[in-house]
Design a protein around this ligand. Structure first.
Ligand SMILES: [Zn+2]
Length: 187
């Protein structure tokens, strides 16, 4: 994974922690001369640079927003959105959380099957409901990290990626429904 070492410095105006790469403070808007900081000798810099706060931050890679996750879920049910939640956790270096996304995908598919078979609900209504739930969960689980990523100068992932994940989910959902539909006819 492509990562970039980013130093945290204190904003000269509001004193809150910001990335040394930031053009301006995301908290108060204070413009920050990043060239000056990177070239300056830390010992004479007016900005307090604390090497112990150095973190590896994946700001070069895109993170999916809750809106993109909801869009992928609408297109491709829980698999579409779940893929993006898993990718986000991977890119945020939170591999231990990926299991949550997998549980969500499996649960989403079970609900999709039950809704289609038992309640004969329209897949569009099921996908819409799942998209709303996924939007809420993504915001709860990753909203803080996503905001922090963007504030530190990180990118938002491409909407084409979100659409692609949605289409993969859609194909998987259609195949799964067809598979269980065939079983239903045979029994
Ligand atoms: Zn500030």
């Amino acid at each position: 994974m492509l990562t970039l070492k980013i130093r945290l410095i204190n904003c000269p105006a509001c004193k809150r922690e910001i990335s040394s790469q930031a053009v301006s403070c995301p908290h108060c808007g204070q413009p920050v001369n990043s060239n000056y900081i990177s070239q300056a000798n830390p010992s004479v810099s007016p900005y307090r640079i604390t090497p112990t706060q150095e973190i590896t931050y994946p700001n070069q890679i895109g993170i999916y927003t809750p809106g993109q996750i909801a869009w992928a879920t609408f297109l491709g049910s829980a698999l579409g959105g779940g893929i993006l939640i898993a990718i986000n956790y991977k890119r945020l270096n939170k591999d231990d959380q990926i299991a949550k996304a997998i549980v969500l995908i499996v649960l989403g598919f079970v609900i999709l099957l039950i809704a289609s078979a038992v309640w004969a609900a329209s897949p569009i209504i099921v996908s819409g409901s799942q998209a709303a739930i996924m939007y809420f969960l993504a915001g709860n689980w990753q909203g803080k990290d996503i905001t922090e990523h963007i504030n530190l100068g990180g990118k938002v992932a491409s909407s084409w990626g979100a659409t692609g994940a949605g289409l993969i989910g859609a194909v998987a959902a259609i195949m799964l429904l067809a598979f269980f539909g065939i079983l239903g006819i045979m029994s």
